[in-house]
Design a protein around this ligand. Structure first.
Ligand SMILES: C[S@@+](CC[C@H](N)C(=O)[O-])C[C@H]1O[C@@H](n2cnc3c(N)ncnc32)[C@H](O)[C@@H]1O
Length: 320
């Protein structure tokens, strides 16, 4: 892409973010629209649309839940050890290191981070040279992302949009990488439309990288529920199942799958705040052993259903 073309894409992206129809409903009464992101007239527009009431109720509950989750967080710049970890990606038996290895050199890449949450991934990608657009339904998360981007010195190479993905007006054919970390399973009722939208935003040959809880066996799900490992989950949240994987594969038939999270679910018992980088050597060693054992076990056909997390990655064809 030439310099002029790149600049014009930048301008068009800026314009999209400025004019984004942020439809954010907050609170069960569905009439409180976040003032921090709402533009004049939005409220009337929202309630005159033909959006199904279930979608509005779901967005309200999601944004409330994640607003409360990020409220506890303080904006801090990325830890140097975290940066080093994901730059080097020496341990691909860890889910996120594997994904950063798959993405490779991010310099100059345009990334859409869908359901960007507190911005941890967006900050890393921007620090590695990508131009990142993050989108999330939670206004507090978006505020936190913007504060973090300033602290990390990546304010100019990041944009954050507060909107449900389903209604966001994103630029078509603009992104080299579409990244979603734990978001598709929050969009199950809209998965078909969401995938169509994500494919339309991607450039030909773009890379898709998703990491999602997936359950291929109802028996495994029952067993997992019996093991008392706490996770922060929204009401009614569930892993993706075969039917949803089929929808994803219909839009992205070339996706490969890598499974994680069987024994390594135990990490949280010895890694405080799930922080590997700052843990003691014996604790890191224990996490490495669980991760490597998972990698060996979960690459055996038939045993994959033991893994609770699936990384789906692959490219669109170069020609539409
Ligand atoms: C499990 S969190 C993952 C956050 C982040 N990707 C991470 O890895 O930390 C799911 C995120 O999806 C967002 N989300 C849920 N429904 C959404 C929707 N319809 N549109 C956009 N974002 C949504 C939530 O606000 C939340 O931040």
């Amino acid at each position: 892409m030439g310099m002029d073309e790149r600049e014009s894409l930048d301008e068009r992206l800026e314009a999209k973010v400025e004019g984004v129809p942020s439809v954010l409903v907050s609170g069960p009464e569905r009439n409180r629209v976040s003032r921090s992101v709402a533009r004049p007239g939005l409220e009337e527009e929202l309630f005159s649309t033909e959006l199904p009431p279930e979608a509005l109720a779901r967005w309200a509950s999601e944004s409330d839940f994640f607003d409360q989750m990020v409220e506890k967080q303080t904006a801090r710049p990325l830890d140097a050890l975290t940066l080093e970890r994901y730059r080097a990606t020496r341990r691909p038996w860890f889910n996120k290191e594997f994904r950063f290895r798959v993405m490779g050199d991010l310099r100059g890449k345009r990334v859409l981070d869908v359901g960007c949450g507190d911005g941890s991934n967006a900050m890393l990608m921007a620090r590695f040279g990508a131009r990142v657009t993050g989108i999330d339904i939670s206004s507090r998360s978006i505020e936190l992302c913007k504060r973090r981007a300033e602290l990390d010195g990546v304010g100019d190479s990041t944009q954050f949009i507060c909107s449900p993905l389903e209604t966001a007006d994103l630029l078509e054919g603009a992104y080299d990488i579409i990244w979603g970390d734990g978001v598709l399973h929050h969009l199950i009722p809209e998965l078909d439309g969401v995938l169509r939208k994500l494919v339309s935003c991607a450039k030909p040959g773009a890379l898709f990288v998703f990491s999602e809880p997936v359950c291929l066996s109802p028996l495994m799900r029952k067993l997992r529920k019996r093991i008392p490992i706490h996770t922060d989950a929204t009401p009614n949240e569930r892993p993706l199942e075969r039917a949803e994987l089929a929808i994803i594969q219909r839009y992205l038939p070339r996706l490969e799958m890598r499974w994680f999270g069987f024994l390594s679910r135990m990490d949280r018992f010895f890694l405080r705040d799930n922080n590997f980088e700052r843990a003691s050597k014996p604790r890191r060693l224990a996490a490495d052993v669980l991760g490597c054992t998972d990698r060996a076990l979960l690459s055996v056909p038939g045993l994959q259903m033991l893994g609770g997390m699936c990384v789906m990655y692959g490219r669109l064809p170069e020609q539409g």
